[in-house]
Each structure stands twice: as C-alpha cells, then as structure tokens.
Design a protein around this ligand. Sequence first.
Ligand code: MN
Length: 294
Amino acid sequence: MRTNSSITKELIGVYQAGSQHMVGDGFPVRNMIPGAGVDEQLSPFLLLDYLGPEQFTPTNRQLGVGEHPHRGFETVTIMYHGKVAHRDSTGSGGVIGPGDVQWMTAASGIVHEELHEKDFAKEGGLLEGIQLWVNLPKAVKMSPPRYQTLVSDDIPAVDLGDGAGELRVIAGEFRGVQGPAKTFSPVHLYDLRLKAGHQTELSLPEGFNSSLFVLHGQVVVNGSQPIQEVEIALLGQRGERVSIEAKQDATLLILSGDPIVEPIARYGPFVMNTRDEIIQAVQDYQKGKMGHLA
Ligand code: MN
C-alpha cells in the first residue's frame, strides 16, 4: 500500500508580489501574502511582506514605523541584512540583525515601534528582511503578549550534505532537529540556502498549508516547475514530499502550518474572529488598554 509520505505535494500556483509600498518611512516592502490568489489557503499565515533589499544612505534619523498597536496574532521578523530595533508597551525590546528572528506575540494587545537601529542608520547600508503575520487560534487571541528573540546562534542549521547548502530551523522540526520558536499552533518555518546545481528533498505534513518563497536565485520544484526570484509558490495539502533544485544559488523561506479553521475579521493591525471583536480592539487601543511606550 502506498502511504501519503511517498506522495509528492502538488504545486498549485506561483505568484508575484501583490503590491509594493512603504511601511512607515523606513520599510519598502513587496507584499506576497495576501497577494493575488494566496490568502486563506495559507492559514495560519496572514501576511508576508518582503522588506528590501534596499540600500540606505547614512542619516541621524531612525526611519521606520512609530508607535502602533497589534492584537490577535503574532508578528515574526526575520533579518537577512541590516539591523532593526524594536520596543513595546510590555517593556520588551531589542535589536535584531542578520540571521536573527523576532517572534512577537501580540495576543491581547501591545503597542510597539519598529525602527532602523541607531548605528545602522548612522552608517547606512543594506536592509533586507521579512515580516510574517501568524494567526492565533481563537482560544489564545486574548492571552498575554509574549516576545521571543531568536538570535542566529540559537537557530540550528542542518547541513544538507554533498555541499548542497543548509537549512536553518526557525520553528518546528526538520530531520529530527527542533527549531527554537514557541508557537501556539503547529508551524514549520525554515530558512533554506541551496547551492546552484544541487537538489534537496523536504517532507512537509499532509493537511498543512505550505508555501515556498524565493528571495534570491531560481529553483525548480518537483523536477519541472520553476520559481523565480521574489515569487511565492503554494503547495497542495495532500502528500508530503517536495523536491527543490537550485538553478542558481538560492535563498528560500519555507512556511508550513496547520490551518486554523476559524472565521477571520481583519482591520489594519487587528486580526480577530468577529466584527464586534474588531470594534472592541479599536476602542481598547483608543482607551490606552494596550499600553504605551515608555
Ligand atoms: Mn508592528
């Protein structure tokens, strides 16, 4: 009998950035989720903004996004180049640089700012990163906020063998290696670096929503389907296997998560289950119930 683990996941579609815009005055992004065609098929992933890559000239101002709220989900910031500083109304904060990840659980509500780090701003340089929004199950949307700084050294890198490259496990598990991020629903999140001419095989759970985002390079999936730079591919829920071959040195973010099958009510920085909960979120923010920056 054939088991599902031997079935190759179908590549359902390949999508380009839905829009290009500035977040605040410091983060030029290309939006990949919820771009055309990929929205609820990617639950629990609500948003993927690809920041840069962009060269910034030296300045004494810290560009970025000033004080703003979030409720009902998590923001995950993955840095490739440059440094971003963050502080929030719970008193948490810090700086993340290349290879680091900040996993911020807004849950019942926080207010925070996200800025170019001071010395990075002064010196200028290349900024490149990703911000992902991960939904929270209804049962934990109003739990206390939480903040995880996952520095590069905490994120295990699995050697793919034969000089093929490496896969860093940010969340979930790969070939028996666990990633450091604590999540509220099952998620696998990988930073894959694959060398030109090499191929690797992944196993992503049947029933999960999975996708591949190519930041750099060009890959061929399942032997025949190309994905170019700054394109995102959506994979089917059925089966587990995915093969990825790099035509050029490639950097990919691989997302796979157990779908949260609950209604979504979304407004700006709030993602809840009902319209009433959104109205409540706006009121709570206006009344200062999500706190303030010190
Ligand atoms: Mn934010």
